[in-house]
Design a binder for this molecule. Sequence first.
Ligand code: SF4
Length: 727
Amino acid sequence: MTATHCPYCALQCGMRLDLAAAAPAAPGPAAGPTAVLASARTLPVTVSGRAFPTNRGGLCQKGWTSASVLVAPDRLTTPLVRGADGALHPAGWTETLDHLAERLRAIRNEHGADAVAVFGGGGLTNEKAYQLGKFARLALGTANIDYNGRFCMSSAAAAANRSLGLDRGLPFPVTDLDGAQAVLLVGSNPAETMPPFVAHLAGARARGGLVVVDPRRSATAELAADGAGVHLQPTAGTDLALLLGLAHVVVAEGLSDDDYLAARTSGLERMRGFLAAWWPERTEQVTGVPAAEIRRVARLLADASPARRGGGAYILTGRGLEQSRQGTDGATAAINLALLLGLVGRVGSGYGTLTGQGNGQGGREHGQKADQLPGYRSITDPTARTHVAGVWGVDPASIPGPGKPAVELLDSLGRADGPRALLVHGSNILVSAPDARAVRDRLAALDLLVVSDVVLSETAASADVVLPVLQWAEEEGTMTSLEGRVLRRRRALDGPAGARSELWVMAELARRLEAPGTWSTDPAVVFDELARASAGGRADYAGLSHARLDAHEAATDGADDAGLFWPVPSPEHPGTPRVFLDGFPTADGRARLVSVDHRGPVDVLDADHPVHLVTGRVLQQYQSGAQTRRVPELAAAAPEAYVEIHPLLADLYGVDEGDTVRLTSRRGTALAQARLTRSARPDTVFMPFHWPGAGSVNRLTTSATDPVSGMPEFKVATVRIEVVGPA
Ligand code: SF4
């Protein structure tokens, strides 16, 4: 038995893997923590849930079926190199890496070091994320590295750093939510994205305190029905305004925690001025949410707050709020509301964001962001540069400065002054990036596209060189959950003979490029170096090692305090399950109430685009679908793109259930099967983003970005609807 964690989302559910020889796959439905899903294929391991605080033995459909990805039909087992005939051909590792090093050196010599760019992923282990940042800066000498977390967590991270001085998605263990009297969820649908998380909302539901803000009656919004709470259904793109309206009521009705505000925050007076304009009736005009509902929810949250001796309140945000050109300000408005109510930095209440990708938290801490070095430190901070350079054994001046954030980087590919080569690790940007057609054009303009992956994803299929790599159950490493809990991911079986660890790939390329520094292929050794590089930083792992994590896990065995939470600055330090209890890591120790205002989405309604579009996820698919679309059970349940349309809107455009409809935005068109449902607002359609080609909703989304975080506005666009084919 191997105790490990799910390969998908940031809940990082605990699971056990048993080699099929010892516990062969048996048919039968998923009925509990020890059930095994049937599969038409022979799976190398069986998957079962195990006791762990985030999932308490439960797994969602994605987790149960995750063994299928190990034997995906198009699992890559040998390097592929595009030949003169335009096709990808198998090649040996030595010749491929020799060829790659030569091409990279030639591009660098001709166009400069920044002509080679790197694009990482929030699913990479901490070790790989760390090594990728080091590889880009030392082996390639480029400033241009960023990753797909820019599409996921960047707005929430920027807001938390700005307001609280630190970004740890949930600054408390997820189990703290169990005892809450009220939970406000803004733009998050965990009932589909991370179902075992819903158990932690049971307390708030039982107390009638679950509040869900979503333009759609999502599966999570349904949980707030029937006395369990409230569903607020604002006009698409107005959730920031709704938060301002809630904060207005808290201030106007004297519901704020004034002692807390005086002792622990700054900026209140200036913010009061901004909030004055958002009285409930005006907020109703902008958001469509009735003023009475706004007052009711503000009072519900206040009644649960510590100042009123309530049972505790939490405010949690998700991508629905954050994936916006005003995403940083949206998350800031949520933090402001939490601060007004005195929730942050207290046991039993709080603010947090529900990180999406499996290592979305660790992935943003170890140096694969364009502007950061390991330890979650600024790349422009001279002290941080000196410290990290010391660990790497190089001159601080040799570490490049900040590079371009993801959308800007992708938009610059192949242009006269942009990168000529791109190395992609753990990302399928042809499906997951905004304005997908423009991304395809930019990738086609490159001299060299190299993709490391486990399957021939859409991006890999368009590459010049494809490198087959190992995946979750085939290698050792660590991940960091959405709560900052550092976890061990363990190897249960060997990968295909021809696949290699990305640590090995980077070491081999670094040697060929005569990079300075050492390049271990042992994850435990790389982790030790990561820990030293992070020492003294905001995300401090200095007191951690694989051995300590293993020993701690053996001692805690699934208990609620299992896992060690960063910061862990020394081997003796017990970890920090809750941050901010003793103050905020800002210059004056106070949280900042940052004044923000509502600007609205970049797309506006007009005669050509008269309907709002919101995008999101479904239970059976994960991110770009590169893994989950290859799992038979998941593909059968969610096989293709669809669009949810309210029956009134469908009547207006003559759409019947099952029709193929064309959606057209200012960027392009997408085709999807119509599903008529009253969960959508009559002025808004919903389309998930997991599918490529004509069904890719990211053909419609805008690459307009948040000026602070660089986050694209994935969530909201405007479209017109036409029927192109009958059911
Ligand atoms: Fe995996 Fe997330 Fe599902 Fe848990 S909730 S089984 S971590 S995908």
